[in-house]
Design a protein around this ligand. Structure first.
Ligand SMILES: [Zn+2]
Length: 213
């Protein structure tokens, strides 16, 4: 039963025409990392952390390689960054191909990340608005909130995931029915929900819904 008065969080989606070239350039770097993950049979998510116009860390998922479920791209990068950069990381921006999960969204908040840009929303585990709004919920008072903006090369991020799951299904001992072996190429538009928009620095708040697999 839902708590009375509870409203689902909303991911922030920036329309393509409002996206800045510089942010798209960095997202391409993150997508390259995701491509590398796909080639290595990892869930294809990649990221890059940027400070003063320079990449200070980039990574991809390594959960299978190191048999460690916490080794999401963001945390792999943070491990490196924390060795050399003092906290908080207020002047650091993260570009990641998929919305950070609840675990990573929380870690990013604890290190005081400045801003996050992501590609596809993560309707299963997203911690920046799709499932929970760990990034800016005021109920977390121990660390600063951060803005997170989605929609940057969203179709490309989704297609990488679909290619991964297609390969996974094809390799399964008992592949699911044939339709799961066909690569879907249609990208559904982002649906809007009727909800009170919350003001953000760079865009309106609308839910970012994707079909990742
Ligand atoms: Zn994560």
């Amino acid at each position: 039963m839902q708590t009375s008065g509870w409203t689902p969080p909303l991911a922030v989606y920036v329309p393509e025409e409002e996206q800045q070239d510089i942010d798209l350039e960095w997202m391409k770097v993150a997508l390259d990392q995701a491509e590398e993950a796909l080639a290595a049979k990892e869930v294809p998510v990649g990221c890059v952390f940027v400070k003063n116009g320079k990449a200070i860390a980039k990574a991809r998922n390594r959960t299978n390689e190191w048999r460690n479920a916490t080794l999401h791209a963001e945390l792999v990068s943070l491990d490196e960054i924390l060795k050399t950069h003092p906290l908080p990381l207020q002047d650091v921006t993260l570009y990641v191909t998929v919305e950070p999960c609840v675990m990573c969204a929380s870690a990013l908040r604890q290190v005081g990340i400045g801003k996050v840009f992501y590609g596809a929303g993560n309707e299963r585990f997203g911690g920046c608005g799709s499932v929970l709004d760990v990034n800016d919920t005021p109920s977390i008072q121990s660390s600063l909130s951060y803005p997170a903006f989605g929609g940057y090369y969203r179709p490309e991020a989704i297609m990488l995931l679909r290619r991964f799951y297609l390969i996974q299904n094809s390799n399964a001992p008992k592949p699911k029915n044939k339709t799961t072996r066909v690569l879907k190429t249609d990208i559904l538009p982002i649906k809007s929900r009727t909800a009170s928009p919350i003001a953000t620095p760079d865009g309106s708040r609308t839910p970012l819904e994707t079909e990742l697999s």
